[in-house]
Design a protein around this ligand. Structure first.
Ligand SMILES: [Fe+2]
Ligand SMILES: [Fe+2]
Length: 286
């Protein structure tokens, strides 16, 4: 079996993305969703139901009385917090695996993914983009999912990738391609395909290091994820040597018309939102 075939086999073996979360995101995408249809989807999954009630009754919200009905909790939390809870719950299980090959702790990769998702969300709001919020959060959260699979296969080859990146000769992705013959963005897209995500999410994952190559109809989402990825690294949520690996960072800022003032505002907003999201996702921040 070639290395690529081995990796494809590993992609096939990955557990499916939780159907409950998939379905809930579809409902949450509607501008005026029916709470009862959301409850019907969520109540099937006991663990998800328990998590929603747990969050609602946590010290974070400090409610004066205990909420014990799922419907009440769904109404209380609202779309934004439910989205973060459901998606981060599903994604954390995927990311939090031993990640030796990439010389980062799984925890670091997971934090990077979460920071990228929060950054993308903040960018969307700041730029008032009309892209579905679930789509942005999902694509940004899963953009590096290819690394989870690759890490199992590259631990020996990693030693060859690192010096190439550290010397500044190659970007992380170029080094992966040179040493492995493929990169984590390509593999991530294959995983998203297997999980039946819409083409826009698949494209955003595939092109998160080279958004300008994305098919035109999905380019804005890919650019947003690419920029969010870079900014997350910039504010300290990076992963080992995979630093500012997206070429054309300046071009992205220019294209999205983001100046120094915008950046200050964005980064401030990011800190606030990141703290909230970490509380919701049950992750320690910092
Ligand atoms: Fe990446
Ligand atoms: Fe990344």
């Amino acid at each position: 079996m070639s290395l690529m075939e081995e990796v494809i086999a590993a992609v096939d073996e990955m557990p499916p993305f939780p159907q409950v979360v998939h379905k809930a995101m579809q409902v949450l995408s509607e501008p005026e969703y029916e709470v009862s249809s959301l409850v019907d989807i969520l109540k099937v999954d006991q663990a998800v139901t328990a998590n929603i009630l747990k969050l609602c009754n946590s010290a974070y919200f400090g409610l004066p009385r205990k909420v014990s009905s799922l419907k009440e909790a769904v109404v209380y939390l609202g779309a934004d917090q439910l989205r973060q809870l459901l998606l981060s719950g599903a994604a954390s299980k995927i990311y939090e695996k031993p990640n030796e090959g990439y010389a980062v702790f799984a925890d670091e990769l997971w934090r990077h993914a979460l920071a990228t998702a929060v950054m993308a969300q903040v960018l969307r709001r700041h730029l008032r983009l009309k892209i579905d919020e679930n789509m942005i959060f999902t694509a940004a959260l899963l953009h590096d999912v290819g690394k989870v699979v690759l890490s199992a296969f590259v631990s020996d080859k990693y030693r060859a990738i690192e010096p190439l990146v550290e010397s500044g000769e190659r970007s992380f992705q170029e080094a992966e391609k040179e040493i492995l013959g493929f990169d984590h963005a390509e593999i991530g897209a294959k995983i998203a395909e297997k999980w039946d995500f819409p083409p826009a999410i698949i494209a955003a994952i595939a092109f998160h290091h080279e958004p300008f190559r994305s098919p035109k109809e999905f380019r804005l989402l890919a650019e947003l994820v690419a920029l969010a990825n870079n900014l997350a690294v910039m504010v300290g949520y990076g992963t080992g040597v995979d630093g500012l690996a997206c070429r054309g960072h300046g071009l992205l800022l220019e294209k999205l018309k983001l100046g120094e003032r915008d950046m200050e505002e964005l980064l401030l907003l990011f800190q606030i939102e990141m703290e909230k999201t970490c509380d919701i996702a049950g992750v320690g921040n910092g």
